[in-house]
Design a protein around this ligand. Sequence first.
Ligand code: 5GP
Length: 179
Amino acid sequence: MEKILVGEDVFVPYLTEKTIQKRVAELALQLHHDYKDTTPVFIGILNGSFVFMSDLVKNYPGDCEIDFMKLSSYGEEKISSGQVRLLKELNCKIEDRHLIIVEDIVDTGLSIQFMENFMKLQKPASVKVVTLLLKPDSLKYNVKIDYIGFEIPSKFVIGYGLDYAQKYRNLKSIYCLSN
Ligand code: 5GP
């Protein structure tokens, strides 16, 4: 894995494709163990979670449904603006359903808090959260993350769905800003 240069920023290899795939498969089996008597609805948060969501459901060995929501993103910035807007709502009915919110990364927790509050208004049977990455030192909101792929330092990362100004989502590995 090579370094990636973006202007003056240097991104260094952080999690390999193999490491990510192994952990995603483990998470899928753990979820299936907990949800096997139900048909959960995986709800991906666009755009970042689309790669993780895809691998997660491919490794999920039971019945499930999927849907997506879209929240406003960081845009071209590397830090959170502190505000969330809903850009795309759900298409399915979630009343009495078991929901699994799928995030690529939890940073301050603002997006997850917004999503949970939004969904609970529609009276689902349950709501849990799975995230591939969590930055524990960045958390500012009181959110419970039920399933975590990797805990990482509070550094900006790209690849495997995560962007920098909309690019680099298609990298199979995850890279971390070194400076
Ligand atoms: P939060 O609302 O928890 O502060 O941030 C969650 C969202 O911020 C993620 O879904 C992601 O879009 C974006 N984000 C947070 N940290 C990073 C990061 O290190 N890299 C990238 N590319 N996006 C991030």
